[in-house]
Ligand binder design. Structure first.
Ligand code: NAD
Length: 262
């Protein structure tokens, strides 16, 4: 099936590492122009090289997506380079698993800024342009923690729940302009090698937690009996960005082996 993505332009925030890298490579396979908006220039450069090897025109625009002015500059650079923004993937997210009772207001601010404020910044950054063109797709990486609640992920789950509610509301507002918004919720997704994640990846902080025993327990909770890969998430994003999904908006799709069903 021709997904109609060749020659279109996608901005992928956090497109350098782990899930974001997988999303980058899945769009690259479709011949999409790619802008990786990430703080980690080194890892983003590696992902862009891999995307170019697959035939995509990929560039890196170093951006702190919690800063609205920086996001506006990144969107302008994208339009100067490729002429338009067809798709935005709000993928950056961060967490440090802990009980809510142990969290602090500084932690709340950090996680709300990275996981939610950034989605507002980037969505606002492209929305006027998409409305004017009467065409656009905005996808966000959510989490099952934002749908069902997870132990030790109260603040994180709250921000992902906010992303889901925000997506539905904006999808109602801009559907008339042919702009669609959807959310993809990964399950536990672990990089396959050190090449696949950057210095600032959340995986670096949390990998000590994922002992063999814990991994075994997690896999048992997934009806499909395996963990997800970054390609699983990238493939879902590519589908939702494509013409094949042009009647789908305001939806939340869990790509987590059946872990959550709703
Ligand atoms: N990995 C999982 O198991 C899992 C599960 C469910 C949901 N998610 C969600 O998937 C998304 C990606 O997760 P991941 O594990 O691949 O992340 P990761 O930590 O490996 O990568 C995040 C990327 O974002 C970049 N980044 C961080 N702050 C930034 C900022 N302010 N501006 C620009 N770039 C910034 C980092 O440099 C890094 O390249 C997140 O939204 C996360 O919440 C992940």
């Amino acid at each position: 099936m021709d997904l109609g993505l060749k020659g279109k332009t996608v901005i992928i925030t956090g497109g350098a590492s782990n899930i974001g890298r997988g999303i980058t490579l899945c769009f690259a396979k479709e011949g999409t122009n790619i802008v990786i908006a990430d703080l980690d220039e080194k890892q983003a450069g590696k992902a862009a090289d891999e995307a170019r090897a697959l035939g995509s025109k990929a560039i890196v625009v170093k951006t702190d997506i919690t800063d609205y002015d920086a996001v506006e500059a990144m969107v302008k650079k994208t339009i100067d380079e490729f002429g338009a923004v067809d798709i935005l993937v709000n993928n950056v997210g961060w967490d440090l698993q802990q009980l809510f009772i142990d969290t602090t207001p500084d932690f709340w601010d950090k996680i709300i800024n990275i996981n939610y404020r950034s989605v507002l910044n980037c969505t606002k950054g492209v929305l006027g342009h998409m409305i004017e063109r009467k065409s656009g797709v905005i996808l966000s990486t959510g989490s099952d923690a934002g749908r069902i609640g997870e132990f030790r992920e109260a603040v994180y789950g709250g921000t992902k729940g906010a992303v889901i509610a925000f997506t539905k509301a904006v999808a109602r507002e801009v559907g008339r302009y042919n702009v669609r918004l959807n959310v993809v919720c990964p399950g536990v997704t672990i990089p396959k090698s050190e090449d696949e994640y950057g210095e600032d990846s959340g995986w670096k902080l949390s990998r000590g937690f994922f002992t063999d025993e814990i991994m075994e327990k997690i896999v048992k909770a997934y009806p499909l009996r395996r963990l997800g890969t970054s390609e699983d998430i990238g493939n879902a994003m590519v589908f939702l960005a494509s013409d094949a999904a042009n009647f789908i908006t305001g939806q939340t799709l869990s790509v987590s082996g059946g872990y959550s069903m709703m």
